[in-house]
Design a protein around this ligand. Sequence first.
Ligand SMILES: *[C@@H]1O[C@H](CO)[C@@H](O)[C@H](O)[C@H]1NC(C)=O
Ligand SMILES: *[C@@H]1O[C@H](CO)[C@@H](O)[C@H](O)[C@H]1NC(C)=O
Length: 405
Amino acid sequence: MVDRIQLPRLLMFLFLTQSFGEAQRMTQDALLMQYIERRIMLLEDRLEKCNQDMNKYVREFRDFRKEITVRLDRLNIYKTEFKNEMEVVGSRIDRIEKDIDYLESLQPTQPCVEVDEKLIEEQIQQAEEKRKAKLRMAADCDLLLIGIKSLKIVKKIGENQGSWIKDPSRDFQKVYILSGINGDVFTEFAGIKAFTESARRKLAKRVTLPFAWQGTGHVVYNGYLYFHRNSTLNQIVKFDIRNGTVKDHMLLQGAGRVPAYQLSPYTFIDLAVDEQGLWSIHAEPDDRGGTIIVTKIDHNNLAVEHSWDTSCSSKGAEAAFLICGTLYVVYNTRHGGRSHVQCLYDVTDVVTTADVPSLYFPKRYGKHSMIHYNPREHQLYAWDEGYQTIYKLITKKKLESRPSF
Ligand SMILES: *[C@@H]1O[C@H](CO)[C@@H](O)[C@H](O)[C@H]1NC(C)=O
Ligand SMILES: *[C@@H]1O[C@H](CO)[C@@H](O)[C@H](O)[C@H]1NC(C)=O
């Protein structure tokens, strides 16, 4: 039995408990709802992003497909072109093969390649023989220098360095002065006599060149002046003195990097004339041996005929000249001492330095800025510190100097 007094309390308690529980549940539901809403929003965001990415991928894929299609099209075009070309080449090969067949039918088969090589070899040999023969033939000139007989001072004119030249060709007597180590004017005298008497100035004729010259290596040969053009590495100009025109020019490959003689640093290409014609002399840089190179040049067309690496050093050298295809290199000291020939190089290989003792020049002045041989007069023209001098020579025949067995 339930106590009557206690019943309302119990009812009250139950009611309260129930309402409280209800309220509590409601709060929990709200929280849950909020939580779910948040998750849904998040999911929606992610879905949105996923969608965007998807769209992007689709776009990119479309672009990619488009590009691939374009490339495939292009490839197809190339393929067609290539096929066409191959067809053309094929037909050409066919034609060539037919031609070869035809030619072969005309000629009995032969190992033609070998024949060609032999032919070329023979031709090379022939050319070499010819060249040697030519040089030896010109050795009806076979003078060998064995001494300097005398020195004649002709005059003192112009600068410390310079060049004076007498044309060695038969019909020319004229004397030329190119004073200094570059310039575009030279002086012409009718002959040695006119030159020595040229106090009377009117005997001299001044000629202006279209290009300046540099160095002291010029020569005159058959009425042409040959000179190294100023401010060029290795251009040699052939100038017709009679009518004042440039006849020809050439580049001397490999020349012009260093002076021909280390004691005459202004001359990079030294030209020379001997019984065999026109030559040039230049040097290799020190790191390539510092030796002197001689080159035979055809004076008619300025073509290089042949080049020889000599064993003569340009170190301590001040000048050089050629007699009958033999190069004589003149050495001195830096401050000017007694010049002497100490190295020679014979392009025909008949004589060597060992065959000839050192040749001393008569001591007079300090340094030579040029020494050139005149093959008609068999003497040397030199420019010696502003003095124009001539050396007379003692020679003998080259072949006599050969050791006799
Ligand atoms: C030659 O060239 C040098 C330098 O290249 C120059 O200084 C000189 O003036 C030139 N000489 C002449 C005569 O043109
Ligand atoms: C210059 O003279 C030579 C012959 O001496 C001739 O061949 C050449 O044509 C002449 N040149 C001119 C421009 O007169």
